[in-house]
Design a protein around this ligand. Structure first.
Ligand code: IMP
Length: 198
């Protein structure tokens, strides 16, 4: 596959190990040299945006400027319909400074008490940013519902609670390949690839 990334090097603008792993796997077939922001010793910028796209762009631009390389960032989260889209852009913050997603899922389950609508969706916005240059964003979404108790130890974050539409098993029970076949990040990534090829 031929794509247009100057210098054939790209930085993954994330410090989330689960996301870095998934993005690395998605980038793998492209033959690029891939490094993460953490490996370059770059800090994480504060996420002050009010939308996934604003935060993705902020992270992408920050890392592109800091590294002097094209950067691919990800801002993503879980939106629960009965909670008016919460936790949404605050998905990571619900897990507290310890990033305790067992606790975040319990908090979510408590917030859903008495509600019959358990539908939810994951959103991922990827941003490709160039040093001193432009930034393009690509959005992917996957709909599903929330199960309780959480099931499976694969993936990260809210995966054990999320069952995508048409599936009997949760993201936490899926292999990485099964999750990549349908998830929000892979869907955003497909748009990113179409853009590069176009
Ligand atoms: P941020 O984009 O770094 O603000 O963090 C997004 C948060 O959303 C992550 O820390 C996870 O809690 C959650 N999240 C995003 N994508 C996924 C996913 O694929 N599976 C499970 N949780 C996710």
């Amino acid at each position: 596959m031929t794509i247009e990334i100057p210098g054939n090097r790209i930085v993954i603008a994330s410090h989330n190990a689960g996301k870095v792993r998934e993005i690395r796997e998605l980038l793998d077939p492209l033959g690029l040299s891939v490094v993460s922001a953490g490996e370059l010793g770059l800090e994480e910028p504060e996420e002050t945006g009010e939308t996934f796209a604003a935060n993705a762009e902020l992270k992408g631009r920050f890392v592109a400027e800091g590294s002097g390389l094209p950067a691919l960032s990800d801002d993503s989260g879980l939106a629960v319909v009965a909670l008016d889209g919460a936790p949404g852009i605050h998905s990571a913050r619900w897990a507290g400074p310890e990033r305790d997603f067992g606790m975040a899922m319990e908090k979510l389950e408590r917030a859903l008490a008495g509600k019959s609508d358990r539908s939810a969706y994951f959103i991922c916005v990827l941003c490709l940013a160039f040093p001193g240059g432009g930034a393009d964003v690509f959005e992917g979404r996957i709909d599903g519902d929330l199960v309780w108790p959480p099931r499976g130890n694969n993936g990260f974050g809210y995966d054990p609670m999320f069952r995508p539409e048409g599936s009997e098993i949760t993201f936490g029970e899926m292999t990485p390949q099964e999750k990549h076949a349908v998830n929000h990040r892979a869907r955003a990534f497909a748009k990113f690839l179409a853009h590069l090829k176009g």
